[in-house]
Ligand binder design. Sequence first.
Ligand SMILES: Nc1nc2c(c(=O)[nH]1)N[C@H]1C(S)=C(S)[C@@H](COP(=O)(O)OP(=O)(O)OC[C@H]3O[C@@H](n4cnc5c(=O)[nH]c(N)nc54)[C@H](O)[C@@H]3O)O[C@H]1N2
Ligand SMILES: Nc1nc2c(c(=O)[nH]1)N[C@H]1C(S)=C(S)[C@@H](COP(=O)(O)OP(=O)(O)OC[C@H]3O[C@@H](n4cnc5c(=O)[nH]c(N)nc54)[C@H](O)[C@@H]3O)O[C@H]1N2
Ligand SMILES: [Mo]
Length: 767
Amino acid sequence: MTKHVTSSHWGAGIADVKDGKLTGVSGHPGDPDPSPINDNFVDSIYGSARIKKPAVRKGYLENGPQHGGNKRGEEPFIEVSWETALDLAAKALDTTRQKYGNEAIFGGSYGWGSAGRFHHAQSQLKRFLNCSGGFVRSEGNYSYNTALVLLPHIVGDFEGLTRNGTRWSTIAKEGELVVMFGGIPLKSAQVSPGGCSRHRLKGELLACHAAGVKFIDFNPCKSDTPAEICAEWLAPIPGSDTAIMLGLAHTLLIEDLHDQTFLERYTVGFDEVKSYLLGKKDGVPKTAEWASLQSEIPAERIRELARQMARSRTFICTAAGLQRAEHGEQTLWGTITLASMLGQIGLPAGGFAIAYGSDGGIGLMNRPLRWPSFPQGKNRVKTFIPVACISDMLLHPGEDYKYNGKDLSYPDIRMIWWAGGNPFHHHQDINRLIKAFQKPETVIVNEINWTATARFADIVFPVTTTLEREDIGGGQRDNSLIPMPKVIDPVAEARDEYDIFTEIAERLNFDKDFTLDKTSRQWLEGMWQDLCVMSSGVGITLPNFESFLTGDIIEFEDPNPETVLLSEFRRDPEQNPLTTPSGKIELYSDRIASFGYSDCPGQFTWLPPTEWLNSEQARSFPLHMISGQPKTRLHSQLDAGKYSQSSKVKGREPVMIHPKDANARNIKDGDVVRVFNDRGACLAGAVVTEDIRERTIYLCTGAWYDPATPGETKSLDKHGNPNMLTHDKRTSKLSQGTAAHSALVELEKFEGELPEITVYDPPLSND
Ligand SMILES: Nc1nc2c(c(=O)[nH]1)N[C@H]1C(S)=C(S)[C@@H](COP(=O)(O)OP(=O)(O)OC[C@H]3O[C@@H](n4cnc5c(=O)[nH]c(N)nc54)[C@H](O)[C@@H]3O)O[C@H]1N2
Ligand SMILES: Nc1nc2c(c(=O)[nH]1)N[C@H]1C(S)=C(S)[C@@H](COP(=O)(O)OP(=O)(O)OC[C@H]3O[C@@H](n4cnc5c(=O)[nH]c(N)nc54)[C@H](O)[C@@H]3O)O[C@H]1N2
Ligand SMILES: [Mo]
């Protein structure tokens, strides 16, 4: 048995290999709280869902590219030689750019891929497409797009706010009260983009609790926050947090508990907020009673909480999940408005945080250096889309739309190339996406596994996993370099992305631009050289690359453990202005107001979602579905693995349902249920629990879409993908973010014969 250090988005690990085969991956011994997601590796690497050879959809192989009328997701695949697949891909790329120009190629390819600085699938694809003349890219992410777009207008860019965010260690020392909208889900903090050497959040939260910090959790789901911190659970109607924040703000205002001095010195626009709170703009004072009507949180609790917040050192934490909903911008603007009224921004353990807990690094650690990455080159195509507009783009070429003050129109896409992402996992309203995906002439997907996205391609390239290639591990917010040696040989015919793209570039005569005449090892050694130079700047001498690969984690000093968000601004706002137009916190933004968007006006505003428990649709679909992140995997990755499978109920994704809602439908724990609305339906396995509030269900993302009848319109998904049910409306015209958390559904016991799960078997032709 040999042991090798390795890394993944869920942390540093140790891979065990016997006779050339991977037998398991466990957490690194230095990690106090390693993630069991590692247990998914073995089955995903060797199981039936692994793509073993290049494959081409039958109709595409027989008839070539067609515009519309394609049978993607329905027709089987035929395995072909690497030569054939590479030739076909080169031809499709060349024909598309010659016939329609590079504006017809979509390489946005959103997704998490795997850890590793060099073999980063998206960077590889983007460099390749850039060398080929460019592509339509996508901007932003599904995670916190409203934060990316809104925050620079009103307080500063999200990356800066998280990088310089107040640490949990400071909250343990100085804090008294943490008010969480959406909790601090430890399940989410298992994951950190690019990996981490230690999972620190649980320890830090326990230290806060031991130091006497009180936690309050507004969350429809209780169990997403660790029981050990004894948070007071307040379970609002999903989507009503903005109203609660307004109710709190109203109480602060009328009881004169707000910090007028802070507001005058550090913010602009409070008069507008005041007038809105008092109902002078719309005739509705935002009292605690009013907030209670929207949220079902008792008015007295809202009022008392406002007082408690004003008399304590209070830290307001808003989870990323909240803004993944219609008008998600408002939950962030509300957070900042409330924190400004309390006047504690810039004080240790005061102020606000966005997305703490949605990542195992934010608020815990920082990287000391900017780790090197594989250069993507220059994109000559200027057209882009906000990432969640994928179906709109494919279905409505040429149509105009608005985004963050810009008037844009959708390009006419003829070819899609995806590497390192799974849109049939991540995008909303999959039945709509299925239609959209039939339009282009060619779809190419590089994948490890036969995911739904691979099944909706024409050409599928099997790629290596992190354990089958060597790389440098370095997390986006972590202080360590983690060796990623090659642990096993590539399974079946899988190849590295770099080699696949090099071969296609050779066929089209731009391989020298792509490779700069370097092998992967030479690129890695070059990146390591850069790291050696940068590290010596912070007093660390790195070993040579070979010794790094065979050695252990290299940890750097935490660059700023005492950071307090916006403390410099607080100390001297004239010398340290914010990057907003006024240099201050903008509680009213002239710039946003000037865009004239009714779905995102110039100040924090209550705009009820179209789908929520107080809307008309709740009569037909009376349950609110939350579709957060799964504990047992990263999104859809390694869903075939042991740990992910261990959570399933009769093979279906678990759905949490309150006993009252279950009883009313004659559903028992462990029953298979059909969850449905007008957009689609899926099966799921009932977990009856009081951890979820009434009239709300929780179905995590990531079960691979497994249609009962591929090709049939709105076929039942046998497996439990919540995006069968979510709508494809965006947060607002400002950020065009996903609004996945705003969805109403109904469910019933599934009575028929239980269909088999078939999505882990390859969709290959038997002919
Ligand atoms: N309803 C609902 N939907 C959501 C969300 C939600 O809360 N609710 N959350 C959203 C969020 S926050 C996100 S970030 C997205 C995530 O969406 P994605 O990032 O698209 O999801 P993943 O499953 O991580 O997809 C990564 C894919 O890359 C593949 N892969 C891994 N390594 C490699 C590699 O080296 N090369 C290649 N070619 N492929 C590789 C994996 O097998 C996997 O299929 O989902 C979003 N969707
Ligand atoms: N294990 C695991 N960890 C992950 C991921 C994964 O797939 N698996 N994905 C990673 C990624 S890409 C991201 S972006 C982050 C996302 O991290 P988060 O955004 O933090 O995760 P979510 O599970 O979407 O939602 C967070 C919380 O919001 C609550 N919530 C939902 N709707 C409402 C509401 O209307 N009001 C209130 N008050 N609360 C609400 C949910 O109950 C949940 O507890 O997680 C990361 N971590
Ligand atoms: Mo995300």
